[in-house]
Design a protein around this ligand. Structure first.
Ligand code: PRX
Length: 655
């Protein structure tokens, strides 16, 4: 056992045996046909590169790999905005809707056609030019989910100005850090945002940030709520005044021809140290990667209405709300607010109204809907849905099945897509119509992608064993490094194994070659010498009919090294009891084995989550070990963790 444990790096114990074959009628019409897996990987990316995007000058070399740095589509010239906007209008599709936008306050709706998008982007790009933005000028964007957010991003790409979008929920300090690192010269923001019926003080935060970011010379502010906000005449410009009188003619602001490897954007992601990492994405490989994956994985059709319910401030929004879908000329939905405003029916109303056929969201949102109950979805006609997607965290099998049954009418495929800010595009995923689906498994590497699971010492782990997820060859949308920090880039991703990308996630591969993601390596616990991942225990807990959500972490234990602590939210607001605690411990014991029984269970009405919906196990570990709480600024609701602390203190001690 000991040697096996060493060899596998992580023990995996939870078995999920439900299978969903592809339906023949879906398979027949699917964008991806089985031969896709037989294609030579270089031929695949070469063809995608040539056909998926329009080039001003064709590329001459597919890729160059000087580990750990890759270049793709060398020698090519293209423009992202041209591919996402202008070429669709030129092809006569200007009348097609690019975004159906729903504001959070009820009844606020806009339809933005591709021709409208072109007009708005050209006018705003002309306005930015007037403010001194040129090819290479770094621009920061700090906005809510309004149509002007993609407009601002596209205007930057039109001019060849790299952007960094900072999620509107981040603080002034986070914004300043990012602007300083990128040396941004212009900031685009809005007066306020809407979130859960309340206003978010974006301009005030922006002002506070700019006070500590001396490179920023101009601030463009969109009027959204119309409430009074501070305004500095010498530095600030209103969006509506800046575009006033600007030409909307595409010729007045031609798309800048960019080199394939020119910087497209930086997106900052948190790491183990306080300083966020500026993940570098460049032009051609990124665009080809996101457009190709979007086409095959979401099976988008010319008449699709596709809704990725993430925030544009995260990589999911960059790749699968803005660049991938627009490059493919897809009609999308953009929703400004939270899923339960004014009530938990909001999403289902939106799907019914626009006849959405593809929905892409995160496990945390799915579990929230589970908690609110299926009756909200039942009140709406969701029969337009053809495909569901999940991203951001491992999805518990119970949540997967709930999603398919209650949202997908027990007919739609569910694609569980694994990727990262760093990977730029989806890398491990089912292809609908081909793949036999397994709840909880992201299944297979995307065509052209080479993934594996390695042991501690770099050996491939066989079926059933747990280890570390690695990527063995470069892919077009991969990060080109960490901005201004070569050493950290090498250290974080390329030092554990030679010339192989270390993703930092645990995984196992089963007998069919399907991947099961086990969460971040930091979330692995060591109980009596067994390295157990949190996701398997959480999934066993969520499998219990009374449990809505669960988060698990380890705490120090003299006897077993670490002991398992679970935080559980019950359905229907149930408070929990000692009996329930015992029932859940036994349930985990039956599903996985006695070793996985939590030593303690804390019942709580909410779990601490980041604003992108990830459970913050680091804070739960602080609570479990009775330590002062670490940084809580990235929490969506900081009060949650205080409440958990109180409950943990009054919880029954372990046996
Ligand atoms: O741990 C994995 C988890 O999210 C991490 C990447 O987070 P971020 O850069 O914020 O990007 C999120 C959106 C792409 C990964 O290292 N993760 C993401 N998708 C999945 C996942 N874990 C399991 N299954 C997934 N489908």
């Amino acid at each position: 056992m000991a040697t096996e444990t060493q060899q596998h790096a992580i023990d995996t114990m939870l078995l999920e045996e439900r299978r969903y074959e592809a339906a023949p009628d879906f398979a027949r019409q699917a964008n991806a046909q089985p031969e896709i897996y037989e294609r030579d990987w270089q031929e695949f990316w070469e063809t995608e590169g040539r056909e998926r995007v329009t080039w001003f000058e064709p590329f001459t070399e597919l890729y160059e790999w000087n580990p750990p740095y890759a270049k793709w589509y060398l020698g090519g010239k293209l423009n992202v905005c041209f591919n996402c906007v202008d070429r669709h209008v030129e092809a006569g599709r200007g009348g097609q809707v690019a975004y159906y936008w729903e504001g959070e306050p009820e009844g606020e709706r806009r339809e933005i056609r591709f021709a409208d998008l072109q007009r708005d982007v050209v006018r705003f790009a002309n306005a930015l030019k007037g403010l001194g933005v040129r090819k290479g000028t770094p621009v920061a964007i700090y906005m809510g989910m309004v149509p002007e957010l993609p407009v601002a991003m596209l205007a930057c790409t039109r001019l060849g100005a790299p952007h960094t979008v900072v999620f509107g929920g981040f603080s002034a300090e986070s914004l300043a850090d990012r602007m300083n690192d990128m040396e941004c010269e212009v900031l685009i923001t809005q007066d306020e945002g809407w979130r859960a019926g309340k206003t978010v003080p974006l301009k005030r935060n922006a002002d506070e940030a700019v006070a500590n970011a001396s490179t920023v010379k101009k601030v463009v502010t969109l009027r959204r709520t119309g409430n009074d906000v501070p305004f500095d005449e010498s530095r600030d410009v209103w969006w509506h005044e800046a575009v006033d009188g600007q030409s909307a003619d595409a010729e007045s602001c031609p798309c800048e021809p960019m080199d394939s490897e020119d910087l497209l954007y930086l997106l900052y992601t948190s790491g183990t140290t306080a300083k966020p990492k500026g993940i570098i994405h460049t032009t051609a490989g990124y665009l080809v990667g996101v457009a190709a994956t979007h086409h095959y994985i979401f099976d988008v059709k010319p008449d699709s209405v596709y809704w990725c319910a993430a925030d544009v401030g995260w990589v999911t929004g960059h790749s699968y709300i803005v660049y991938g879908p627009l490059c493919n000329g897809t009609t999308g939905v953009l929703y400004e607010g939270v899923p339960n405003y004014p009530n938990p029916e909001r999403w289902w109303e939106i799907i019914e109204r626009y006849k959405v056929d593809i929905l892409y969201t995160a496990p945390t949102a799915i579990r929230s809907h589970m908690k609110w109950g299926p009756e909200h979805a039942q009140k709406h006609d969701l029969s337009s849905l053809r495909l569901l997607g999940s991203v951001g965290e491992p999805i518990n099998p119970e949540a997967w099945v709930w999603y398919r049954e209650h949202i997908g009418g027990d007919r739609t495929p569910v694609v569980d897509t694994w990727w990262q800010t760093e990977t730029g595009m989806i890398l491990i995923t089912p292809l609908p119509g081909i793949t036999t689906l397994k709840p909880g498994s992201a299944t297979k590497p995307f065509p052209g992608v080479d993934a594996a699971v390695y042991s501690e010492n770099g050996q491939t782990v066989g079926p059933g064993g747990g280890g570390y997820l690695v990527l063995k060859r470069p892919w077009p949308a991969m990060l080109r490094g960490i901005y201004k920090d070569d050493e950290r880039y090498r250290e974080t991703y390329w030092s554990k194994y030679e010339d192989v990308y270390f993703a930092g996630d645990g995984a196992r591969v089963d007998e069919d070659g399907d991947f099961w993601l086990l969460g971040r390596v930091d979330d692995v616990m060591n109980v009596s010498g067994h390295r157990i991942s949190t996701i398997e225990i959480e999934s066993a807990l969520v499998d219990h009919k009374k449990v809505a959500e669960a988060a698990v972490c380890g705490r120090k234990d003299e006897r077993t090294g670490q002991a398992i602590v679970a935080y559980v939210t019950l359905k229907g607001g149930d408070e929990g009891s000692i009996d329930m605690l015992e029932e859940l411990r036994n349930h985990v014991g039956t599903k996985i084995g006695p070793i996985a029984k939590p030593a303690n269970i804390v019942f709580t009405p909410e779990l601490p989550k980041t604003r992108s919906g990830k459970i913050m196990r680091r804070l739960l570990r602080d609570v479990a070990e009775n330590r002062a709480l670490g940084d809580t600024t990235t929490l969506a609701d900081p009060t949650v963790v205080e409440e958990i602390k109180e409950r943990a203190a009054t919880e029954a001690p372990e046996e």
